[in-house]
Structure formats: C-alpha cells, structure tokens
Design a protein around this ligand. Structure first.
Ligand code: PEP
Length: 229
C-alpha cells in the first residue's frame, strides 16, 4: 500500500541574503548526506525563498542534488507586461512549482482581498503552478481550482502559540468535506517539539513552518518528524 503523501513547506519570508542562502544549503546538505533514504518520494519538501534568490536556490538544489522543490511567496494577479514590481506566472514557472497565495501577512499588510487573491490563483493555475492557499479559519473563501490549503490562524503566526491539533484537525476536516479540498496543512509556530500532534491527525497532511524553516538544522529536525523518525 502507498504511504500517504506528507508535505513540509518552509516559508522564508523576507529573510536571508545570498551568503545565508548558500550557508543554509550547505548545512541542509550535510544532514541530508547522513540520511539520504529519509527523503522518500512520499515526502514533498518545498522551500519558499524571496523572489531574488529563486535562481540561486535552483542552482544549489542541482549542485548539491537535494530533493527539494521551490515555491514563491507571491505571484502577480496579471500576466507578463506593464506591471511594475510584479512577478508574473510565466516568469515564476521557470523556477518554481508552488506559490503561496493569501498569506495573512499579505492580507493584513498589503490589504489583499478575496477578489485579488482569486486572480492570483487563476494566474498560478494558468502558469501550471500549484497554489498553496492560506486560510485563517474554515469560513475563509477558497477560490475554485485550489487543491492545497494551509490553515494558519493569524494569532499563531510567529507568536510561539499554536492552535491545538484537535481544532486544526477539525478545521482541516471541515474544509475537506465542505469545500472539496484534497490537501490541508497546518501553519502557525510549528516547531520540532509541537509538530507531532499535527502530524498525528488524519486530516492534516503536513505543515508550513516559517521561523523554524530558516535554520537548516531545525528544518531537518522537522523533516525527521514528518518522515516518522
Ligand atoms: C508562516 O510563515 O506562515 C508561519 C506560519 O510562520 P511561523 O511558523 O513562524 O509562525
């Protein structure tokens, strides 16, 4: 029987310069080399660096031969063209498989509303990118075409407080049943000492750590938990 696929998505936000990106990969690779068979195909490990470091991260993935994929933290709601400052799906698809859409930091600090997020999802799908759509609770609108949802209660992001695995599992269950979503992951202060509760819930398919993904050693610890070691 196939093992259920598990997802671990590291959101780097506006952190790291090129030296730090290189350091992260060097450290990550040193752990990976000691336990290569831990990263089986049923584990989907994706990091989300800033736009500027996607090509570098892509080069380092190839150079170190680590089974990581890339995602972007945002996407333009428009295609290529006269949209100063935006990065379009067709540009991103050169580097990434996934894109985070609707993160609460973008909803709150950049006033992104459902109608704009809908356009971003449409653009991602048009560019064959997989949207990782962030919801704050089970009532958040989810645009059609979304298959992966990250349940991230605002008060748990970067605060050290987590939702209970029971409540996160119940939100995941509700979204799967009522909105026909296939994959639900949990985000909000995930750390090595609290990840297991979320992974044990049958409706939670993985995690989206922010802060804990910045340190390659801590990220590797999280991966070990997801791999069940
Ligand atoms: C996030 O970046 O979406 C997040 C959940 O961050 P943190 O793990 O730091 O709370």
């Amino acid at each position: 029987m196939n093992k259920r696929k598990k997802y671990i998505f590291g959101n780097w936000k506006s952190n790291k310069d090129s030296v730090e990106v290189r350091e992260w990969f060097k450290t990550f690779t040193s752990f990976y080399k000691q336990a290569k068979n831990l990263l089986t195909p049923d584990l989907e490990i994706v990091i989300f660096p800033s736009f500027t470091y996607l090509p570098l991260a892509n080069t380092l993935i190839k150079e170190y031969q680590v089974p990581l994929k890339l995602g972007s933290q945002d996407i333009s709601p428009f295609g290529k063209g006269a949209w100063t400052g935006e990065v379009a799906a067709d540009q991103l698809s050169e580097w990434v498989n996934y894109v985070i859409i609707g993160h609460s930091e973008r909803r709150n600090n950049f006033h992104e509303k459902d109608s704009l997020l809908q356009k971003k999802v449409e653009e991602a799908l048009r560019g064959n990118l997989i949207p990782v759509y962030c919801i704050q609770d089970e009532n958040t609108h989810i645009p059609s075409g979304v298959t992966i949802v990250a349940y991230e209660p605002v008060w748990a992001i970067g605060t050290g407080k987590t939702d209970s695995p029971e409540n996160a599992g119940s939100v995941a269950n509700s979204v799967k049943r009522n909105k026909n979503i296939k994959i639900v992951i949990y985000g909000g202060s995930v750390k090595p000492d609290n990840i297991d509760g979320f992974l044990q819930d049958k409706n939670i398919d993985g995690v989206l750590p922010g802060g804990a993904s910045l340190d390659a050693k801590v990220f590797w610890e999280l991966i070990k938990h997801v791999a069940g070691v």
